[in-house]
Design a protein around this ligand. Structure first.
Ligand code: HEM
Length: 442
């Protein structure tokens, strides 16, 4: 039986006994790999294609059977404790983005691509001086809220939630907060999506995508160089603050280093927020029961923070199923009280998706609950590389949805137009229509 048949039958509800559970899963994978005409690499590639289409299914099954599964030089970790263990041991499990970050920055790299590296630590803290947590109340919340309202005011009763609203807002916000030209926001969406896909999704190193990414990176560097050269040190923006510190002689803010760091933040910000909000809305309105609960959560927002509800939506339907690391030395992963050996150079996939649904650590994981412990969430990763933007992202995603509901009671259009569609890995369409208070279409 092929691995995908095995998984499909399991998901269809066949018991392990029916499927001859005595076959250890890893051995079956090895046998399948041996039979593949292109050997193990071809097999992993075909499995990767299958897994890409069904990541949640395959990871859920693996979590049930083997929370840490290692086949040759690939490990998949699906338990909560295992995932946190890998992500917390950055000396043992290195990030895999280094060389791609160097291509994008044309040399120096960006701190997400660096583990044990002084420049990485310095750049991360330098950027915290420009992208400040205490801007949240004074600058960030008012800016995002006003942009959401203005964008919704431009829409008719029916519009494409993704392209007309969710995608432009993070790009417009980035332009305002960083101090970039706002009329280039469509271009910013395009280049950051390409670079995001190249960095985080493309594990097979697709040549065409690499070419597109090279072009997008060159455009982004060139545009940021122009923007930085035109920035006044008096501007109360990310770029303005960077230029001011450079003029004051503070190390690490020269125009090229500032550009490289801003470039990394833009790739982190622009594509993720829109995708996260689209997937949260999609999950929340999949059927009548969920939709009623979603509107109820909005109506109750004075008593229970709507943002917490939205965090639950993004926990249950995150923008990616997990993250990759590579073992920097022979090491082990602790999961379920055992240490699982991992050899140097093993590619390790940690499934944050299943970890956040691991009932041994997360109370009633399938339920949407207010007041969960912050430690239950791995939406923004964990450890050294935990998301730089995590302090603003929950607010941003929730505000996109709250402003939408403030404006009107929007529902998906009936039929295919109301489905969330993707162009590649990014959402591209979900048509909505406003209803009046009586629930009738306007
Ligand atoms: C809903 C939106 C977002 C999601 C789901 C998200 C998710 C993540 C995740 C999972 C990581 C860890 C990557 C790893 O360990 O391999 C990460 C890192 C990062 N994110 Fe985000 N992110 C979001 C928004 C943002 C925003 C708004 C920014 C910019 C302000 C940003 C900038 C970054 C940066 C710079 C890192 C690398 C941090 C480091 O290496 O120290 N992200 N993000």
């Amino acid at each position: 039986m092929s691995f995908s048949t095995f998984v499909t039958k399991l998901v269809e509800g066949k018991s392990f006994e029916d499927l001859n559970e005595s076959h250890p899963l890893g051995h079956e994978l090895d046998r399948e790999a041996d039979k593949h005409p292109e050997g193990f690499t071809g097999f992993v590639h075909s499995l990767g294609t299958w897994a890409k289409e069904h990541p949640d299914t395959i990871l859920t099954v693996l979590h049930k059977l083997r929370p840490v599964l290692t086949i040759k030089q690939v490990s998949v970790v699906t338990s909560f404790d295992g995932v946190r263990d890998v992500l917390s041991k950055d000396h043992d499990f290195a990030v895999t983005y280094g060389s791609k970050m160097e291509m994008i920055t044309d040399g120096a790299g960006f701190f997400l691509g660096m583990d044990d590296n002084t420049q990485g630590f310095t750049d991360r803290t330098n950027m915290q001086m420009l992208f400040r947590r205490d801007d949240i109340e004074r600058l960030i919340k008012p800016s995002i809220t006003a942009l959401c309202q203005a964008q919704l005011d431009k829409q008719g009763d029916s519009f494409n939630l993704v392209e007309d609203y969710l995608k432009p807002i993070p790009a417009l916000f980035a332009a305002e907060y960083f101090g970039l030209q706002p009329d280039k926001h469509q271009w910013l969406i395009k280049v950051t999506q390409t670079l995001f896909e190249y960095l985080f999704i493309d594990v097979v190193n697709d040549k065409d995508l690499a070419q597109e990414a090279k072009q997008a990176a060159a455009e982004l560097r060139q545009q940021l160089d122009i923007e930085i050269a035109n920035t006044s040190a008096d501007a109360d923006t990310v770029l303005g603050r960077g230029v001011k510190l450079h003029q004051a002689g503070v190390q690490g803010f020269d125009p090229v280093r500032l550009r490289n760091n801003v470039l990394g933040l833009l790739i982190g910000l622009v594509p993720t927020i829109a995708k996260s909000a689209a997937m949260a809305f999609d999950w929340a309105t999949q059927d009548d029961t969920r939709e009623a609960a979603f509107y109820q959560a909005y109506e109750n927002r004075a008593a229970q923070p709507f943002q917490q509800y939205v965090c639950e939506l993004t926990r249950l339907n995150p923008i990616n199923p997990g993250l990759f690391r590579k073992a920097a030395r022979d090491t082990f992963v602790v999961s379920g009280g055992s240490a699982h050996p991992i050899k140097k150079d093993t590619l390790v996939f940690v499934s944050t998706y299943t970890a956040m649904r691991d009932a041994r650590f997360v109370k009633q994981p399938e339920q949407l609950m207010y007041n969960r412990a912050a430690s239950d969430y791995l939406t923004y990763g964990f450890g050294l590389h935990a998301c730089f933007g995590r302090y603003i992202s929950d607010f941003h995603v929730a505000q996109l949805l709250e402003s939408l509901l403030d404006k009107a009671h929007y529902q998906r259009l009936q039929g295919a137009a109301g489905n969330l569609m993707f162009s590649g890995v990014f959402p591209s369409q979900l048509m909505v229509k406003a209803k009046n208070n009586a629930g009738e279409e306007l």
